[in-house]
Design a protein around this ligand. Structure first.
Ligand code: GUN
Length: 301
């Protein structure tokens, strides 16, 4: 008998298509209104993973025809210096989106910095105003990029999500909470589970849609998954990979892919699933923010 395996959700291909649609829309607003959307990214310190993200953001911003502004500051930058930079970017008319790369060094209060970003330029969707707009169902919220990317993949695969049982594993402000709000907005029946949830496997097994964003490598096992469920794996965990050679590593998700792929109906791989969506959605958010600031309708993307 041929073993059944889940359909693989190709986030890399979807993100490429989304970036192409954003690039076309940027051409349109440039031609029609002389508007060049601009994205400013601020990075403090030398964290290698953050440096890779920021480099990729800058490259892809330029590829879609937007203006890219990079501010790399030393690790010992003070909170006041960072706030002064953010306030300057708020006033800069060439900048329509501002992203301060997280995590920030320990001496800086991230909430103070995120809330100093103008809500209209908050393309990360982390400002309390945007979080509040999303929580109250407002369609005009700027929505955090990773959960919005997950939702796009789910709608592309499943169509209408209304009435489906969704379980979000993880309750962070960056992924879990906004993901739950988005799924609720789609009329799912939403549960948020976390490290203190009783009978986590049982809760997961009830879900038609399972979004794992808990940051624990391969925690979700095959027998936690309802047969045929859609599984979105937000986790990016680096583990040793001695099979690739001494000292080598590889990336795995929060879901045990090899087990889950035999049970789920559809699943995102790691890498190549949710990861590539984040920057593509960031570019989409920047376009939307730029059009709103210019008082023009954003092209449909
Ligand atoms: N660090 C890791 N992911 C993100 C993100 O989506 N936005 C910001 N600002 N920092 C991050």
């Amino acid at each position: 008998m041929v073993e059944k395996t889940a359909e693989i959700i190709d986030g890399k291909a979807f993100a490429e298509k989304l970036r192409r649609r954003v690039a076309d829309a940027v051409d349109q607003v440039q031609d029609a209104h002389g508007l060049t959307p601009g994205l400013a990214v601020v990075l403090l310190g030398e964290d290698p993973a953050s440096q890779v993200y920021v480099r990729n953001k800058g490259k892809m911003t330029k590829e879609v025809g937007m203006a890219s502004f990079e501010h790399r500051l030393p690790e010992d930058t003070t909170e006041e210096q960072l706030l002064t930079l953010v306030r300057g970017l708020n006033k800069n008319d060439e900048v329509h989106g501002i992203l301060v790369q997280l995590p920030l060094p320990g001496h800086i209060r991230a909430e103070r910095v995120l809330d100093a970003i103008s809500p209209d330029k908050d393309v990360d969707g982390f400002h309390v105003i945007n979080a509040g707009r999303l929580a109250t169902g407002g369609a005009d919220a700027l929505v955090p990029c990773t959960p919005l990317g997950c939702l796009m993949l789910l709608k592309d695969k499943l169509g209408d999500l209304a009435g489906k049982r969704a379980l979000v594993l993880g309750r962070s402000n960056i992924v879990g909470k906004p993901m739950a709000a988005l799924l609720l907005r789609e009329n799912c029946t939403v549960t948020i589970a976390h490290s203190k949830t009783e009978d986590l496997p049982g809760e997961c097994r009830r879900a038609d849609i399972l979004v794992a964003a808990i940051g624990r490598e391969r925690m979700v096992k095959g027998d936690w998954i309802k047969p045929g469920a859609a599984v979105i794996d937000v986790g990016i965990n680096r583990i040793p990979a001695p099979e690739k050679g001494e000292g080598k590593t590889r990336l795995v998700g929060d879901v045990d892919f090899d087990e889950a792929v035999r049970v789920a109906g559809a699943i995102t791989p790691v890498p190549g699933g949710v990861g590539p969506m984040t920057i593509a959605v960031l570019l989409r958010n920047t376009l939307v923010a730029a059009c709103r600031q210019a008082g023009i309708e954003a092209p449909e993307i």
